[in-house]
Design a protein around this ligand. Sequence first.
Ligand code: DGL
Length: 257
Amino acid sequence: MDSEDRPIGFFDSGVGGISVLKEAVKILSNENFVYFGDSKMAPYGVRTVEEVKKLTFNAVEFLLKKNIKALVVACNTATSAAIIDLRKAYSKYMPIVGIEPALKPAVECNRKGNIIIMATPMTLAESKFNNLMKRYSNSNILPLPCSGLVELIEEGKTEGEEIEHYLEEKLIPLKGNGIAAVVLGCTHYPFIKKSISKVLNQDVLILDGSKGTVRQLKRQLIKYHIESNKSKIGKIKIFNSMNSQYIIKLSYKLLKE
Ligand code: DGL
């Protein structure tokens, strides 16, 4: 196999990174992809930084055995905890792309009201996010930790009463001062975008970091001359640490939605 046909590795704590993979498949349709979700150990966002680092390194070792040519850490939490160490360990072998909350486009949209950042407690507590926030200190940014939300999405609950009830409790109290945008700082959350719009019952801008991440991946493939030059559609393989067909089926379902 030519080196440029090796797959691109995607990793997340569970099914969330599928939202980023979905974007990648649209833009880089001739590439092969291999996805690893660590649903068995999800959620990561309430663990310690050391635990998340360890789990992330284990996942990357799994993907390396699949002969990947580039790595996308499609998890905001794992990016916050481990991207610096991952780059130290592996960037001599392949480009490594992480994800962060799409704060910049939210600020640049210049709408009135608060910018709400929904993310896991770890993402919001880590220095990566806090440094990002400092860059936009003139804007009204409200970090909103959403523990418990990843678990619902891992169960395939992206719509319906339970998810709406969760979102109502979190978001309705914030409506009073106006909402400029909602930034989805966790790759699981794009799957509940419809429910967020429904609960807010208004035309709110909802942003996530997947497009920016895929654009960065594309730039890296070009920079290292490792793009696929095939014209046919690439293959996608999905693996999960939870040994169950349910989670694999859910992953493919979310990819197609
Ligand atoms: N998709 C992960 C993220 O972007 C969820 C982390 C978790 O498992 O708590 O942060």
